[in-house]
Design a protein around this ligand. Structure first.
Ligand code: PNS
Length: 164
C-alpha cells in the first residue's frame, strides 16, 4: 500500500457493475485513500442521477474503509488538484477501450501534470461487462445477478421498468 498517494477512480457508473467494483477494490488495496468520483460524460444519457449513482456505489462497498464516493460535475483534472490526488485509476477491458482511455489520460495529463493515469487490466470474467449491457439485459427481462451486486439489483430493475 502506498502511504502517500490519493487515487481517484472516475466513471459514469450508470450503474456500477462487478467490473467497476473489482477495479475499486483492487485500487483500495494499492493506495491509502481512494475516491470514487461519479463524473459527467457528455456523451452519455444516464438513467440514474449522480446522487443515486453515488448511493448505489456506497451500498456495494460497505467494507472498504479507505474508499470515499462523491459526485463532481467539472473537469476531472481540476477535481484531482482540489483533492491532492496524483493518480487516476481506470480499468481496461479490451483493445476497444484503449484509444478513448489513452486520449483521456493524455488530456488529463495536459490539464494537470501532477496526475498520472494508471490502468488496471480487467478481470477476465468482466472483459465483456458494461453498464450499457446491464441496462439492455434488464430492459429485456434478463437476469443481471451475475453482473451487479444483489443490493442494487432491484434499484436497477425498477428504474428500467419505469422508463418503459
Ligand atoms: O465511465 P465513463 O463514462 O467511461 O467515464 C468517463 C469519465 C466520466 C471519467 C470522463 O468523461 C470524465 O472524466 N468526465 C469529467 C469531465 C472531464 O474531465 N472531461 C475531460 C476528460 S479528458
Amino acid at each position: 500500500m502506498n502511504e502517500n498517494i490519493i487515487a481517484i477512480c472516475p466513471g459514469s457508473f450508470d450503474p456500477v457493475t462487478f467490473g467497476h467494483l473489482d477495479i475499486i477494490t483492487r485500487a483500495s488495496n494499492m493506495f491509502k485513500k481512494v475516491i470514487v468520483v461519479v463524473a459527467s460524460n457528455s456523451a452519455k444519457n444516464c438513467y440514474f442521477t449522480p446522487d443515486e449513482r453515488v448511493e448505489m456505489i456506497k451500498k456495494c462497498i460497505p467494507n472498504l474503509n479507505n474508499v470515499e464516493v462523491e459526485h463532481y460535475d467539472g473537469l476531472l483534472a481540476n477535481y484531482a488538484a482540489q483533492k491532492g490526488a496524483t493518480a487516476i485509476i481506470k480499468g481496461l477491458r479490451a483493445m476497444s477501450d484503449f484509444e478513448y482511455e489513452f486520449q483521456m489520460a493524455l488530456t488529463n495529463k495536459e490539464l494537470n501534470p501532477q496526475v498520472e493515469t494508471l490502468f488496471l487490466t480487467t478481470a477476465a470474467q468482466n472483459m465483456y461487462l458494461s453498464s450499457s449491457m446491464v441496462k439492455q439485459i434488464a430492459s429485456m427481462g434478463g437476469d443481471i445477478s451475475r453482473f451487479v451486486p444483489q443490493v442494487i439489483k432491484q434499484d436497477i430493475i425498477d428504474r428500467i421498468n419505469s422508463k418503459k
